[in-house]
Write a protein that binds this ligand. Sequence first.
Ligand code: AMP
Length: 215
Amino acid sequence: MKIVILLGAPGSGKGTIAGRLAAGDGVFRHVSSGDLLRDAVKRQTAAGVEADGYMKRGELVPDMLVARMVSDLLAQAGGDCTLLLDGFPRTVAQAEMLDATVAASGMALDMAVLLDVPEEILTDRIAGRRICPGCGAGYHVTTIPPRREGVCDVCGALLATRKDDNPETVRNRLAVYRAQTTPLIDFYAARGLLRRVDGTPDADAVTGALRRLLS
Ligand code: AMP
């Protein structure tokens, strides 16, 4: 099993691109820490109850909480696939926890890919983002519109905006990204694992670029 970390600000397209790669031929598997946490909040598990307030404010949930979720998932994963870690790690402490988990299972990280997108594009993308509360499919009102306005192509549920996509929380999430997550760029560059991909073109083009990089 290969492990690839997707780095990038909120709105850089990590979830969209990883989702498209994973929808292909089973080579890629998408693991989103945000999706795991949203699911835990929805199911009101102990972790979900603890995470809810942090997520509403656009803050990071405590490292241990999310690291435990991801390491449980890694322990169950296996087989001949490439695991795309979307949204984890997000701090140097989480990266060190991931190193320990990966080493303990005799694996290694293959690559950390930074999706590079300027900040003015990020805010635009987040403002137009819609998700399906039913199946989790992601859309954008102009760049990835559903076939019927406001309705999920996959399961027919009514689309919604994410609770943390309001302007104030988005400002906070971008500030948190700059302060707590960008140090990971140097962290992985120093180990020769970092690759940069221009995340500004449309989702098809970026998915193609990533597929070529990972093949
Ligand atoms: P995302 O879907 O990746 O944008 O994540 C949504 C929210 O979930 C973030 O704003 C954080 O509150 C929380 N979250 C997701 N991943 C992590 C992580 N690795 N560490 C801490 N909090 C996280």
